[in-house]
Design a protein around this ligand. Sequence first.
Ligand SMILES: [Zn+2]
Length: 424
Amino acid sequence: MKRRITNAEVLYNGTLQKLEILFDETGILRVAETIDCEECEVIDAHGYAVLPGLIDVHVHLREPGFEAKETIATGSAAAAHGGFTTIFAMPNLNPFPDCAETMKPYLEKIRTDAVVNVLPYGTITKGEKGAEVSDMAAMNELGIRWFSDDGVGVENDAIMEKAQKEVKRLDALMACHTEDMNYRRPGASVHESGYAAQKGWLGIPSECESEQLKRDLKLAEQTGLRYHGCHISAKQSVEALREAKANGADVSAEVTAHHLLLEEDDVKGPNWKMNPPLRSHEDRMSLIEALEDGTLDFIASDHAPHTYADKDKPMAQAAFGIISLETSFPLLYTEFVKRQKRWTLPQLVEWMSTKPAKRFGLENKGVIREGAASDLIIVNLDTETVIHADQFASKGRNTPFDGWTVNCEITETICGGKTVYQKN
Ligand SMILES: [Zn+2]
């Protein structure tokens, strides 16, 4: 079935232009000022912007194993609601997708339940225990080209080196949550600072992230693999990445919306608790500048749903993580494009679609042009709406942004030519 979007401002060749798009399930067929197509279905965009579907390389869908928090169905519906048409699912699950036997049924469940493109990571080590490298070659044969032990760092130097060499051999990509547990005391919940001390909360110093990242980056310079740093939060990590890139390492890194928007003294309770934590003003400014100068490559959500009970605890015991698929784009657009006028819309789309697509090897995604995938979103950029956590498609309600006003609303999400979300 051919479909045609009319009355739209299409992000095309880096600017918004009055264009029409003709597409079907196989891809975008034409982009032009006017398109004649009598038999096709017409989608009236009401003058709104049409952007390439957003791409998020860091999502926790919690299934299999933690279906009370989220499922592939609810998490991918949340993605569609937030404008994401391709998401990468982290493997800290039960069972872990760490070999062909567990990966196969997981892939099958994704095929039947997901409403957007879901690409799963395999683990770096068996059971994310850090003791033995997982069977990446067997997973690679099933099409898995991305590996991560997200949730924990790979502590042992020799295991990390062995894993990097295997990822390099497979021409795959390794995405790392770096965390040296020697720096994290039991019960630590927020950034280590005067504010944390005042509140009586145990802090996590920046070195917890940056020291292991430095180890990984040094190794990456030698092994030559494609390495990706997850949810960079600290200034010291930015400096390490800048140096590794200058040395020619094939490394990239992501930053989350919440680390770009919030700081340590915004923390009011468990819905502001995530790992890595919200850090200082200086850290946040260094992240924004690093994104702008290319040291940080793009934005990811680290969508981490939890049940109410997981969060309804004192800071030391509450689960780490917040949900963000349904808020990241509207929040970042509102703050940095609309209010501060610091970024342009095409820049934000580069960081939330084009660049992650390129780095993760999705050749026909992240851009609107003839031949690209029919992954498109229609967005009202001139509105005022309030974020209500109880209206999320996600099972999670754990967000610090409940009640925030945004000037951006996704009105329709099209994935593979089909509408997978539409505003009522
Ligand atoms: Zn992580």
